[in-house]
Design a protein around this ligand. Structure first.
Ligand code: PLP
Length: 404
């Protein structure tokens, strides 16, 4: 070091000493006052929303748990080989879910697409390269007519055609040499073929079965139920009640199909699933979320949800004519409690729909639901500190509309 520089560095030493002390104090100060933190919502003018509804993609799914954020943050400082990571994460998830194999996808929709692609291509490199433009007759996927839904576009994106059936006999008849898969939408309002019949018909003809249970936890048991029942592939969203990254999901089941699904996915450069990449941190995050979800005290969590509903209900019932009731959705999707609120609209002159608008337009913005003359206040996605905020805001809006 040149003398001049030595003097320079020496001269800053005392100053540096004081900086360290200052920095330490500053860090403590930041911790105590979150207002000093960089607020990106504010910086970009994005409105933070309180979700008094259910998990919805347009509302950013769910809030990741601290252990998921920790998994993302703590793994972000090193590179990893993505093939190895998917191997290891997949094996661990498969072990946790008592099935042969598993992978992290960029959501349940991606899982449906990759599962279908896997059933079409197997491990055939040529087919993987050509999909969705395979020569010859189109691959066929069987679905019940009453199970058709928006998400089945993930099936046809592979080039496959959906064949609708109504009865088990229909289904047996529809199977031919082009049939590659049969998809069961678990949360469909109506099924004309039961899970058992569906599996029986498909298995008799060696057709792969796929069950979409994207939003079907709680109960936690559903994570194990359908592979045990005999479905070859099952998907759940990562960013719903499992509270993993919104852009992650689970695909699990038969090993040969997961191998084929992975060949149709990133990090391979060209397959149909390449644009549905999952990053390293999301894979670690999905694993952490699933582990946390499985190990959670579900009874305690349920009890907490009921308490939340009771607390908000108690506050609202102090208003004349307001009646509240805890409603548990029978599922299979969104099978958890929420609060139903009704009132005499000649005494409180506002409709549930108008309450929703007022909630949305207030600060902080709150999203709730309405079912006809009932206001539906979701409780499961609220942060603990938001329970009172929601109760007070609904109370305030109803109070204002009270005829005196
Ligand atoms: C949410 C949902 C999907 C899509 O899941 P993503 O994880 O958002 O891709 C698919 N199917 C059903 C039944 C769903 O509820």
């Amino acid at each position: 070091m040149k003398r001049r520089n030595v003097i320079k560095s020496l001269s800053i030493l005392p100053f540096m000493g004081s900086m360290v002390t200052k920095a330490a104090t500053h860090t403590t100060a930041v911790k105590q006052s979150p207002a000093l933190k960089r607020d990106l919502f504010k910086e970009l003018g994005v409105t933070p929303v309180i979700n008094a509804s259910v998990t919805m993609t347009f509302l950013s799914g769910s809030l990741m748990l601290p252990e998921v954020l920790e998994a993302i943050n703590s793994t972000s400082h090193d590179f990893a080989n993505m093939f190895e990571l998917q191997d290891k994460v997949g094996a661990k998830i498969a072990e946790m879910l008592h099935c042969e194999a598993a992978m992290v996808t960029s959501g349940a929709s991606c899982a449906i697409l990759l599962g279908t692609a896997a059933c079409i291509t197997g491990t055939d490199a040529e087919k993987i390269k050509m999909i969705p433009n395979l020569p010859g007759p189109r691959a066929e996927v069987i679905m019940q007519k009453s199970h058709r839904y928006l998400f089945d576009q993930a099936i046809t994106t592979t080039g496959a055609k959906i064949v609708e059936v109504e009865s088990a006999a229909d289904m047996a008849q529809a199977i031919n040499s082009n049939t590659v898969m049969a998809l069961f939408f678990n949360a469909a309002e109506k099924s004309s073929i039961t899970h058992e019949e569906f599996l029986k018909v498909a298995k008799a003809r060696n057709i792969a079965t796929f069950l979409d249970a994207a939003a079907d936890v709680p109960p936690v048991e559903n994570l194990f139920k359908f592979q045990k029942m005999g479905f070859d592939l099952v998907t759940f969203s990562g960013g719903k009640m499992i509270r993993g990254p919104q852009s992650a999901g689970l695909l699990f089941g038969r090993k040969d199909l997961i191998t084929a699904a992975r060949l149709n996915h990133s990090p391979h450069e060209a397959p149909i699933g390449r644009p549905m990449k999952v990053n390293k941190e999301e894979m670690f995050g999905m694993y952490a979320a699933l582990k946390s979800y499985i190990e959670r005290d579900h009874k305690k969590e349920w009890e907490d949800w009921l308490q939340r509903a009771k607390k908000i209900g108690g506050k609202l019932e102090t208003l004349p004519t307001v009646k509240t009731k805890t409603h548990v959705d029978p599922g299979p999707s969104n099978a958890f409690p929420s609060l139903f609120v009704t009132w005499d609209q000649s005494k409180i002159k506002i409709q549930p729909k108008e309450v929703l608008v007022a909630l949305k337009n207030g600060t902080p913005s709150i999203v709730a639901n309405a079912k006809g003359e009932t206001l539906v206040v979701g409780v499961v996605l609220l942060r603990p500190d938001q329970i009172d905020v929601v109760a007070n805001r609904v109370n305030e809006i109803l109070q204002k509309a009270l005829v005196t």
